[in-house]
Write a protein that binds this ligand. Structure first.
Ligand code: NAD
Length: 500
């Protein structure tokens, strides 16, 4: 049976104390200007973990003013690049020293398994910071051989104050991907965390100050999207925005940026990524990888491989084995060893996912596994598999953001390319095959920002990540993220009395 009885198990008490619940503005933890707070909930039970200061536009004003001062007056952008590098390296060391507490906080607030928080996300946070620390003193411009007697330099300067808005599904990784490149380039930041998961960013931001970050360079405002988030997007003192979240909210963010000061915006949005299993695939391996592609992080991944396309020659075997694999998936308290799947983030997502499951049944897809909540407390959902889905069904078109696999049958390469690309999204794709030709053809034909061939969800700090089409604008990670946080300045001076 799938469910490790979340209903009857007493939730394990996390081994961490909640130290920070206020806003971080100008290096100090402070209450919201309004004095308001909001609860952050334990997704295992729906109970309150802590009350957190609720920032709104007044607090965004304070945070942007602090960031502006830190940028305009220094010392951060004027420190040597090597000094900035060393702050980020010390931060990475502190992350490792406090890894257990950070991981526990992340699992408590988000519901992802402790194995994932401590085995992947905290190490990836430290790795990403070291990656960008390494870039800090390697960002340089160039000299252009202009026509005529002019010395032409191109300088790469920080953009100034970056506003960053992150979602709840990977709070620490989103912090890393946003804050790492922004700070390495010498910017100041105002970060708006997701209202569901405010805790881990406050904790790690305190470590960043312990590592020597000057006051005001990173400000963290907890709060809601339409208030704090929208105020950040519209602020005239913000020079650049980076957003990760849903496509609908991304459109609002872009509009607010355009209507205020035309600040440039990078967006990481939703997806409905295809995972394509060819007929030459080892079916057992394909089943396992396709399973992880969709169920990882409770299915709450923007790049989840949520349309599983399977070649007709291996389809029946694939469906049978995917059903067995989903039924074996261990659901339960994310703090418990051996658990593969914790609760969904909150009641809203939980209900939305169950609505999609009902729509799958109503539209005639075959429910082969799961289909209901798991247990009777918290936001646990059974690993769910649909077979015989059709492209026009909602479950095959819309982002479910939950543990629901939708299996579709295909019979040829050209057909699957056409169907895989017939979506408004283009974040990622998976290809599973032994054929080099199929791998080459598919990886070039698929309109997506990442194509994983015979692997999935590989997220090294150096690999660019982002979407085609309505999955986003721009790229994060790698060298590509640096461009988001740099201005380009041409400096032209005449060369007097040039003899050559
Ligand atoms: P959301 O877009 O509502 O929230 C994301 C962030 O935006 C939160 O911090 C939220 O407070 C803020 N926000 C909400 N309304 C805002 C507004 N009007 N102005 C400014 N900020 C605002 O997303 P959600 O519904 O909470 O999360 C689920 C969705 O997020 C999924 O559909 C998924 O596609 C998407 N997502 C995408 C990625 C990615 O990397 N592409 C990652 C995680 C989540």
């Amino acid at each position: 049976a799938a469910a490790a009885a979340p209903a009857t198990d007493e939730p394990i008490q996390p081994a961490v104390e909640i130290k920070y619940t206020q806003l971080l503005i100008n290096g100090n933890f402070v209450d919201a200007a309004s004095g308001k707070t909001f609860p952050t909930l334990d997704p295992r039970t729906g109970e309150v973990i802590a009350r957190v200061a609720e920032g709104d536009s007044e607090d965004i004003n304070r945070a942007v003013a602090a960031a502006r001062r830190a940028f305009d007056e220094g010392p951060w952008p004027r420190m040597t690049a090597y000094e900035r590098c060393r702050v980020l390296l010390r931060f990475a060391d502190l992350i490792e020293r406090h890894a257990e507490e950070i991981a526990a906080l992340e699992t408590w607030d988000n519901g992802k398994t402790l194995a994932q928080s401590s085995g992947a996300e905290v190490p990836m946070l430290a790795r990403c910071m070291r990656y960008y620390a390494g870039w800090a003193d390697k960002i340089h411009g160039l000299v252009v051989p202009a026509d005529g007697a002019h010395h032409v330099q191109v300088l790469h300067e920080p953009v100034g104050v970056a506003g960053q808005i992150i979602p709840w599904n990977f709070p620490l990784l989103m912090f890393a991907w946003k804050v790492g490149p922004a700070l390495a380039c010498g910017n100041a930041v105002v970060l708006k965390t997701a209202e569901q998961t405010p805790l881990s960013a406050l904790y790690v931001a305190s470590l960043l100050h312990e590592a020597g970050l000057p006051d005001g360079v990173l400000n963290v405002v907890s709060g809601f999207g339409p208030t704090a988030g929208a105020a950040l997007c519209s602020h005239m003192g913000v020079d650049k925005l980076a957003f990760t979240g849903s496509t609908g909210t991304g459109q609002i963010v872009l509009e607010l940026a355009a209507r205020s000061n035309l600040k440039p915006v990078t967006l990481e949005l939703g997806g409905k990524s295809p995972f394509i299993v060819m007929d030459d695939a080892d079916v057992d391996q394909a089943v396992e990888l396709a399973h992880h592609a969709v169920f990882f992080n409770q299915g709450q991944c923007c790049c989840a491989g949520s349309r599983t396309f399977v070649h007709e020659r291996v389809y029946d075997e694939f469906v049978e084995k995917s059903k067995a694999r989903a039924q074996k998936r261990v659901v339960g308290d994310p703090f418990r060893n051996g658990v593969e799947q914790g609760p969904q983030i909150d009641e809203e997502q939980f209900k939305k996912i169950l609505r999609y499951v009902r729509s799958g049944v109503d539209s005639g897809a075959t429910l082969v596994a799961g289909g209901d909540r798991a247990g009777n407390r918290g936001f646990y959902i059974q690993p769910t598999v649909f077979a015989d889905a059709k492209d026009e069904m909602k479950i095959a078109k819309e982002e479910i953001f939950g543990p629901v696999q939708t299996i579709l049958k295909f019979s040829g390469v050209e057909e699957v390319i056409r169907r895989a690309n017939a979506t408004q999204y283009g974040l990622a794709a998976g290809v599973f095959t032994r054929s080099l030709d199929a791998a080459n053809t598919l990886s070039r034909a698929l309109r997506a920002g990442t194509v994983w061939v015979n692997c999935y969800d590989v997220f090294d700090a150096g690999i660019p990540f982002g979407g085609y089409k309505m999955s986003g604008v721009g790229r994060e990670k790698g060298i590509y993220a640096l461009r988001n946080y740099l201005q380009t300045k041409a400096v032209v001076t005449p060369i007097r009395d040039a003899a050559w």
